[in-house]
Design a protein around this ligand. Structure first.
Ligand SMILES: Nc1ncnc2c1ncn2[C@@H]1O[C@H](COP(=O)(O)OP(=O)(O)OP(=O)(O)O)[C@@H](O)[C@H]1O
Length: 237
């Protein structure tokens, strides 16, 4: 995909820093084990960081650990002063709701909820009162250019529109960290460009955006670049 996204605005220092400290993950495999992620220490600077690497290299393992979906074999993930893996499962889920947004290759919207209700959903889980969550969801849907689609079910949206709803949902809690896994993977070039434009905005506003991609054109749009090979993460200049 050839992406033509607006030239980058100056970066803002992240509001809350995302850091890894000797983060590692091994999985049992037969009689031995697979090292899916080798000791990785890194401070994610402001803006967007791309993560590239061959299939099976460890990109999803890294993202799952950053999100707290998976438990490290060693090391830590810190968001601000919080070591997310030291939290209880419920505490981590609550922390995620407040500080993380997610955008996946397939939008993962709830099929029986309208666009508006999908965007409100994380706010409902967080206990935000109905009126406030309606207003916030409406504002986010307007930001992604979908004010005319608020009552549509996901099945009545195009792939690009559904992904825009997913971005609105990811951003509605004003998270410090936005994790994206192949967010343009299923989209045509134009829809992909719109999605990337929408992901670069929060990156410029001080959120930490981490984006897994197989597409070098997409990776080139990031401010910082990580490459994963056999579980080893290197910072590319
Ligand atoms: N739950 C698991 N149990 C055992 N091995 C796993 C598990 N998850 C991942 N692995 C192994 O860890 C390694 C890294 O996998 P990972 O999914 O992180 O790669 P990836 O770079 O995201 O691949 P892709 O680009 O194909 O999604 C692979 O060898 C994989 O088989």
């Amino acid at each position: 995909m050839t992406a033509c996204v607006s030239p980058p605005a100056p970066l803002v220092t992240p509001k809350i820093q995302l850091q890894t400290d000797a983060l590692s993950r091994t999985y049992p495999s037969g009689d031995g084990q697979i090292t899916a992620l080798r000791s990785f220490s890194h401070t994610f600077a402001g803006g967007m960081t791309s993560v590239v690497g061959p299939s099976g290299s460890g990109k999803s393992t890294l993202l799952n650990l950053l999100a707290g979906f998976d438990t490290p074999s060693g090391g830590a993930v810190r968001v601000g002063d919080t070591d997310i893996h030291s939290l209880s499962e419920a505490g981590r889920a609550d922390f995620r709701l407040k500080h993380y947004g997610f955008v996946f290759q397939s939008h993962n919207l709830v099929a029986i909820l309208s666009a508006q209700e999908n965007v409100e959903f994380p706010l409902m889980l967080a206990g935000v009162p109905p009126r406030e969550r309606r207003e916030r969801a409406r504002a986010l849907l307007a930001q992604v250019g979908l004010e005319g689609r608020t009552h549509h079910l996901p099945s009545h949206l195009s792939g690009g529109e559904a992904q825009r709803v997913a971005i609105a949902r990811a951003l509605v809690s004003d998270p410090a960290v936005l994790l994206a896994d192949e967010p343009t993977g299923n989209l045509d070039t134009r829809s992909g460009e719109v999605i990337l434009e929408l992901l670069t905005r929060p990156a410029r506003e001080g959120k930490t955006v981490v984006l897994i991609t197989h597409d070098p054109d997409v990776a080139a749009l990031a401010d910082h670049h990580l490459r994963v090979r056999d579980g080893e993460v290197t910072v590319e200049r």
